[in-house]
Ligand binder design. Structure first.
Ligand SMILES: [Zn+2]
Length: 436
């Protein structure tokens, strides 16, 4: 693919660049690069069946955090929650090259990035996002002036290089043209929603009489694993919803948020539902990963959605222990479980529909009714073929508790208004079906 910006794009190998960062960060960057270079055999398996893998803790690579003086009055920073910027270099007067690497390898290619940039004088500048060799660009840039309100960067302002990867064309890197000045510009892979934003949202919901917030465990480095309890029932009938096992999957989180807000609403159906069912929600399963700007793993270097059988990580173990304790203490049952994620497109991963849980037929009916409620929308459904893959949350909810379960995947680029609308409809349809 040809760039429109001409001479700026004389290719330069990143390791030949002069780094405007201190020695420690250069060393960290070098280690990260070597780590990446040694693991080129890692291959992404797309949507193929999930294989069992070890979920024993492995080391992760930490970022050097700080403000980088790029000369000529231009600065960048990754010194905030949710940032990711592993190396940066001023290539020439108008081009800054940024390196984004993962927390550890092997890993699925979902390169999260996030940094701030500002300049003492107003100017236009090019910023090139580059990745380690076995990754490729995935998230088109979002920009913000305050870290709160985000918009997609106009597609006329960026270009990608294409490479062939596993016999398909993928974007190798991205170069964007941005205007900078004294006011900080935030650039991020998706909207920045870290544990502090999630806490504010949870606290607001918990001000309702029928909602409470509690801690059910701690992450690898001691962040709370928080739970919302919604409802006034006697716990004989329960449902569970979780989100953000994978840090960059913000659209999945937004769908969960819309879903939960309907369960907490003043709608007649919601009131009736809360009297019959208690809903348990863990909105942020992987707070360490989110706050450290990880691509996918927790602080133990593990994909948490592969740890629902061996339970080697504290985040998954906390949810397992909570659910088991609930059932033991109350004699109640979990009837439904949903885990919200994001991927290339909207899709529902379900348990083999021939297997019967505590409310047979619920999931196919739910998906069909969501489809009926939305104009011009045909749900994309992928059932597991066997008894449910045994290492994901969806399989655990079903196999351990008989909860009818699904993985609710939202596309990275699905319009946010549609994400919200579908999340709300999913909640309404679920309540209606479960109250029948
Ligand atoms: Zn995911």
């Amino acid at each position: 693919m040809k760039y429109p910006y001409g001479s700026v794009y004389k290719e330069q190998k990143l390791f030949t660049m002069a780094f405007f960062i201190n020695r420690t960060s250069f060393f960290i960057f070098l280690c990260a690069s070597l780590l990446c270079a040694c693991k080129q055999e890692t291959q992404w398996k797309g949507q193929a069946p999930i294989k069992k893998v070890s979920t024993q803790t492995v080391p992760i690579q930490l970022q050097f955090k700080g403000t980088f003086d790029l000369g000529d009055g231009v600065f960048m920073s990754n010194d905030y929650m949710g940032a990711r910027l592993n190396g940066v270099a001023r290539t020439n007067d108008t081009l800054i090259s940024v390196l984004i690497t993962p927390e550890n390898l092997p890993i699925n290619p979902s390169p999260w990035y996030g940094f701030k940039i500002w300049s003492e004088t107003e100017k236009e500048i090019f910023v090139k996002l580059t990745y380690n060799e076995n990754a490729f660009h995935r998230y088109d840039p979002r920009i913000s002036r305050d870290g709160q309100k985000w918009e997609v960067l106009d597609s006329l302002k960026y270009q990608v290089d294409i490479k062939i990867w596993e016999e398909r064309e993928v974007p190798e890197n991205l170069t964007m043209k941005i205007s900078i000045g004294k006011d900080t510009l935030w650039i991020s892979a998706q909207e920045l929603i870290t544990s502090s934003e999630v806490d504010i949202w949870m606290d607001k919901l918990a001000s309702k009489s029928f909602v409470s917030k509690s801690k059910i465990g701690e992450s690898k480095v001691g962040r709370p694993i928080n739970l919302l309890t919604i409802g006034t029932s006697d716990d004989q009938k329960m449902i569970i919803a979780i989100s953000r096992q994978h840090p960059p999957e913000v659209t999945g989180f937004l769908a969960m948020k819309a879903f939960v807000e309907i369960l907490c609403s003043d709608a007649k159906m919601a009131k009736k539902f809360r009297a019959r069912y208690n809903t348990y929600v863990v909105p942020l399963v992987n707070p360490d990963g989110v706050d450290n700007g990880h691509w996918r793993h927790n602080y133990g270097g593990i994909d948490l959605n592969r740890d629902w059988k061996d339970f080697k990580q504290p985040e998954t173990s906390a949810i397992r222990d909570f659910m088991k304790q609930k059932v033991t203490q109350t004699g109640g049952k979990f009837y439904f479980g949903v885990d919200f994620h994001s991927t290339w497109e909207d899709i529902f991963y379900t348990i083999n529909p021939e297997l019967k849980g505590n409310m047979p037929g619920l999931i196919p009916e739910l998906i069909a009714s969501i489809g009926n409620e939305l104009e011009d929308y045909k749900p994309n459904v992928k059932p597991s073929l066997g008894a449910g893959n045994e290492i994901t949350s969806k399989a655990f909810f079903f196999n351990e508790f008989g909860a009818e379960s699904l993985t609710y995947e939202v596309g990275d680029n699905t319009p946010r208004e549609f994400v919200r609308q579908k999340g709300e409809i999913a909640a309404m349809q679920l309540m209606e079906l479960m109250l029948k």
